[in-house]
Write a protein that binds this ligand. Structure first.
Ligand SMILES: [Zn+2]
Length: 274
């Protein structure tokens, strides 16, 4: 029963997340105006806002202008529902569990925005990190969560320095040095894509640290790189920006997998390093 309620609750929030995913990158308010069709601008009726079902009843089309509604809407709602359900079934029914579920929903939103727009809104990243740190049953854990967040952020920053330097050093020989244009100060000839990770990824790593501690976070970072490897081969693009692989979807997915499989992974690590 808890699972069903959690699924419905998650799907309703997912319906709101769709609005955030659409409006935040466009700099629009996520609260006003009320939901409207992106094509004909007609305000939606309340029964057009029922998660998953509205899309099914309308057969993926606007009720007023019949313009297609992206399948992203029911997918995000279903994913949000499943996320909430799985986390509430795994943990006890506490405020901390609600906080952790909301953290993962925020990560899902970040992943979608990074995937579609290749941008990472600081507001969402800070929300995820704050939720991750304060989602505790025992106030004494706050300090530990904070320290774990700092360690992961620091470790990720160092890793980023090493990787960027390594990639730069390897490819430097093939890149012709360009002349510094006279009007540019602080000219950096290193193209953007030598930056191995974005700053947004560091914040997500910190969030992971706060949710599941150092050991599991390291497993998750490793797993995210493994999942991302095949994707890197398929990234095509003309310029540096279109070649950048959005990494947050992989980090968020790996974080979720490792969090759900926490018990067997910790048991395995114990055997491995016994
Ligand atoms: Zn319409």
């Amino acid at each position: 029963m808890i699972g069903l309620f959690a699924f419905i609750f998650g799907a309703v929030i997912g319906s709101f997340l769709n609005v955030v995913i659409y409006r935040l990158p466009r700099g629009e308010s996520v609260v006003f105006p009320a939901s409207h069709c992106q094509s004909c601008n007609t305000a939606l009726k309340p029964y057009h806002n029922i998660p998953i079902f509205s899309w099914l009843f309308l057969r993926g089309k606007c009720a007023f202008c019949s313009e297609k509604i992206s399948i992203q809407y029911p997918i995000v709602e279903i994913l949000s529902g499943l996320l909430f359900m799985s986390i509430f079934l795994k943990n006890d029914l506490t405020l901390a569990t609600l906080g952790i579920a909301l953290t993962f929903l925020t990560l899902l939103t970040l992943a979608m925005i990074d995937f579609y727009y290749k941008m990472v809104p600081d507001s969402l990243n800070l929300l995820a990190l704050t939720l991750a740190i304060i989602s505790v049953n025992d106030p004494q854990m706050l300090g530990l969560n904070f320290v774990n967040a700092l360690l992961l952020a620091g470790g990720f920053t160092l890793l980023r320095f090493y990787l960027s330097y390594y990639l730069y050093a390897r490819t430097k020989a093939f890149v012709k040095p360009t002349k510094k244009p006279s009007w540019v100060r602080n000219y950096n000839p290193m193209p953007l894509y030598f930056e191995a990770m974005g700053e947004g990824d560091i914040m997500v790593a910190a969030t992971m640290g706060a949710i599941m501690g150092i050991q599991l976070s390291l497993v998750a970072v490793f797993l995210s790189a493994l999942i991302a490897l095949p994707a890197i081969l398929f990234v095509r693009g003309e310029d540096a920006e279109s070649k950048r692989l959005p990494f947050i979807p992989f980090l968020a997915l790996a974080a979720y997998i490792v969090y759900m499989l926490e018990t067997p992974i910790l048991a395995y690590l114990k055997v491995l390093y016994a």
